[in-house]
Design a protein around this ligand. Structure first.
Ligand SMILES: C[S@@+](CC[C@H](N)C(=O)[O-])C[C@H]1O[C@@H](n2cnc3c(N)ncnc32)[C@H](O)[C@@H]1O
Length: 519
């Protein structure tokens, strides 16, 4: 066995930022599911398998009071993330080129952790490697500590298993494995293999391959050990490490879910076992992916304790989203009654509030705390409302990281997310927005620059496009190089202010820069 233990390392993993791993966010998830969260005053954090490292970089930058560790056995990943960390001067992030086995055996001196998170790990590794992770959790998680783990869920993924096997068959040895793998799958679909006709989800996946990032696809499917899990199996393994299920890291999945039909709800009410009920919900929703939170020592929040925690949970409206009564939640469309959902939307679009203030708002007379939590969870799930646990942290490190990420984007290495102190984490951003923001970021007054320095801004973005070999696209059509400058000028004129306001809303830009705006 090589150091990869069956893990496919032929292509470096795509970058992604996963907010579900943010301590600030996880604490809000816990409090809003009535579980006591750890203190964020001073804490230790470990990410297992950090890939390109964007999540740990952003989290370390936006949580200066945390001591962050992240490990990945791929030296290329450690090299890439270390160079950004050093350039952004993030003293609270230690990057380890170690395997989970090394850590589980205590080969590296580590503190006990308040948070251990892993995204995109356990469904793609061997049983032996998963056992090492469980040993690591047993050994290094503090009492009261939190584990976040995401994985492919068996219920929805069951019909994908033969597709994954077929892709592995097609990939074979050497050459461009993904081209060969997807070629074989497409051929089978085209030859009308009954397997695909009878399993439309698998067929849809094959048809969607052409539009997806190849690096993601290789890491999703071309692993010897592609394993979806039943929730109950994961919960059992976690229980052996003294970890209890505390809820979901996805607001859409939190119970009681908004989409349950009357008869489904009645049936679930007869199920007293929390773990079994959770798995039954996977069947009702045919879930393909889960992001779970487990805790070592689950302290439930009484109404009194929930009210105390609610002082730390901050919620505010997303200005980019308009109210719609009908919203999509997992597989279902939910039509919301006007009585409370719309007043909540209006309330939070006025100002940032604590959850405690929402509990006491006159808009919700006579509603129980749980009923208000349910309203809010839907609003967060559909992207109307942002949530953060605790006060906004000092922003110096986040600004340094954003400056580095924007420069990297200009050099053709757009990572797709920036740090947001207000969110206690990050948020995604498109490449063009990143290049435009990079040109504005250097300006003392970005709004003024939109008129005063427009030629310079356009020239800078044009240069970035040439340097990164990217073509501007407008309305799906590629803009010719001769036309690019004129089009960029129009984009700056039409959308420059909106981009600045959006970046201000997401807190990518330092306040002192945007406060000069004359609005
Ligand atoms: C699918 S990627 C996910 C990366 C990152 N968490 C994300 O979601 O962007 C899995 C990562 O785990 C790392 N990995 C896999 N097995 C490992 C092991 N046994 N020890 C350390 N890292 C491992 C791989 O190098 C890879 O970067």
């Amino acid at each position: 066995m090589t150091w990869t233990a069956g893990y496919n390392n032929s292509i470096a993993y795509t970058t992604g930022y996963y907010h579900e791993q943010s301590p600030t966010f996880l604490n809000a998830c816990l409090a809003m599911q009535r579980v006591s969260p750890p203190s964020l005053e001073k804490f230790t954090y470990c990410e297992l398998g950090f890939g390109q490292g964007l999540t740990s970089l952003i989290l370390a930058a936006t949580h200066p009071s945390g001591d962050f560790y992240a490990c990945d056995f791929n030296p290329l990943h450690v090299l890439g993330a270390s160079s950004i960390r050093d350039e952004a001067r993030l003293p609270n992030l230690t990057l380890l080129e170690n395997s989970f086995g090394d850590l589980a055996q205590g080969q590296v001196e580590l503190p006990m952790f308040d948070y251990i998170t892993m995204h995109g790990i356990i469904s793609w590794i061997s049983d032996e490697t998963r056992t090492q992770i469980m040993r690591f959790l047993t050994r290094y998680l503090k009492p009261g500590g939190v584990v976040q783990v995401s994985y492919n869920a068996m219920v929805g993924c069951a019909q994908v298993l033969p597709l994954q096997r077929l892709l592995m068959l097609g990939a074979g040895e050497g050459g461009d494995a993904w081209t060969k793998a997807s070629g074989l799958a497409a051929k089978m679909v085209n030859l009308d293999a009954l397997r695909f006709r009878r399993n439309p989800d698998s067929q849809g996946r094959v048809e969607g391959f052409a539009t997806q990032d190849k690096r993601y696809l290789v890491h999703e499917y071309l692993h010897e050990k592609w394993t979806p899990f039943y929730f109950t199996d994961i919960a059992r393994e976690m229980a052996e490490a003294k970890l209890s299920f505390a809820g979901s890291a996805r607001f859409a999945h939190m119970s009681p879910v908004g989409w349950l039909g009357e008869r489904q709800r009645e049936m679930l009410e007869t199920v007293t076992d929390l773990i079994e009920a959770e798995e039954l919900r996977d069947y009702f929703a045919n879930r393909v992916f889960r992001s779970d939170i487990f805790v070592r020592g689950k302290a439930p929040l009484s109404d009194l304790r929930l009210r105390e925690q609610a002082e730390h949970v901050h919620v505010w409206g997303n200005p980019a989203v308009l109210y719609q009564a009908a919203v999509k939640l997992e597989h279902a469309t939910l039509t919301r009654g006007e009585a409370f959902h719309k007043p909540l939307f209006d309330l939070l679009h006025g100002a940032e509030m604590t959850l405690a203030q929402v509990f006491d708002a006159p808009e919700f007379p006579g509603l129980s705390l749980d009923a208000i939590l349910k309203l809010l969870r839907v609003s967060i799930a559909v992207g109307e409302t942002f949530v953060r646990y605790g006060a906004v942290q000092p922003r110096a490190a986040a600004d340094r990281l954003n400056a580095v990420l924007l420069t990297r984007a200009e050099q053709g290495e757009a990572l797709g997310a920036l740090a947001s102190p207000r969110l206690g984490g990050g948020a995604t951003i498109s490449v063009l927005d990143e290049l435009m923001l990079a040109s504005l970021y250097a300006k003392a007054d970005p709004v003024k620059a939109l008129t005063g320095d427009i030629d310079e801004l356009v020239a800078r973005v044009s240069r970035s496009l040439i340097a990164t070999d990217l073509r501007l696209q407008v309305g799906g059509a590629e803009v010719s190089p001769e036309e690019t400058t004129t089009r960029l000028r129009h984009i700056f004129e039409d959308s420059g202010e909106k981009l600045i306001a959006h970046s201000e809303g997401l807190d990518f830009l330092p306040v002192q820069k945007t406060s000069k705006r004359q609005r």
